[in-house]
Design a protein around this ligand. Structure first.
Ligand code: NI
Length: 250
């Protein structure tokens, strides 16, 4: 079984969502996690998760969206957490790549959502861009578990993270020819800490690089991991399935 642990196929760029979902199933993807990044997208994700039993739901406020948030206590998020079948809070975290002018707000909502994860006993799905050290300082002893989605840090940091039980999300970037560091991370880090994802519609793997990504392409990530580690595709699928079960309970 192939699992796409991170996708956003409610995106308007998908003109035929049914077809995208069917294509995923036809390519061996049997479970998918649809991820919100603000109130509106989380509600769209919720609709998809309600419609398909193999689509699981994560909801949260992304660091790049925090300035438009009006409710410091995230009432809309707790409303969903109270009522719906959510398997994780995400994607949440820190992003210093686009804008460094509101780091305090980013940290406020990141910590706030970690508190919610603790309260609801849920793992977290972390988005980090150019903010690895601050992210690590916040999560290292935070008391919840989770995954660093689309991991893009160093091998040394990867070792620190898995030592503390964090999982690393591996996506399309690992298939890029020049992605030396992430290939090294995949080679050196135990498969027990890696999970597969696409981040659709972004970051389509080779041979679809530059196109609209979709969950069906998780298979390219799986086969790249197998080839880097010198093991079979089946071994990768089985271990990732186990990891996903451990982390998300699905
Ligand atoms: Ni994402």
């Amino acid at each position: 079984m192939i699992i796409d642990t991170h996708m956003h196929i409610y995106d308007d760029r998908y003109l035929d969502k049914e077809k995208v979902i069917q294509n995923a199933l036809d390519n061996g993807v049997e479970k998918m996690i649809v991820i919100g990044y603000d109130k509106e997208s989380s509600l769209k994700a919720l609709e998809l998760a309600k419609k398909y039993d193999f689509i699981y739901l994560a909801v949260g406020l992304h660091p790049s969206e925090v300035l438009k948030e009006e409710d410091k206590d995230l009432g809309w998020l707790t409303d969903i957490l109270d009522k719906e079948k959510v398997i994780a809070i995400g994607e949440i975290g820190l992003d210093y790549y686009w804008d460094k002018s509101f780091i305090d707000e980013q940290k406020h909502y990141f910590k706030k959502q970690i508190e919610l994860a603790k309260k609801y006993n849920l793992p977290i799905i972390i988005h980090n861009r150019d903010a690895m050290q601050d992210t690590f300082d916040i999560i290292k002893d935070c008391g919840v578990r989770g995954v660093l989605h689309c991991y893009g840090g160093s091998l040394e940091m990867a070792r620190e993270l898995v030592k503390k039980g964090w999982y690393l999300g591996i996506g399309g970037v690992v298939t890029f020819k020049n992605a030396r560091i992430i290939k090294e991370v995949v080679k050196e880090i135990d498969l027990r800490y890696l999970i597969t994802e696409t981040d659709s519609p972004y970051l389509a793997p080779t041979p679809h690089r530059g196109e609209l990504n979709e969950p069906a392409y998780t298979k390219y990530v799986v086969s790249e991991i197998a080839s880097i580690k010198g093991i079979t595709i089946d071994e990768v699928e089985k271990q990732v399935e186990e990891n996903v079960k451990n982390l998300f309970g699905i």
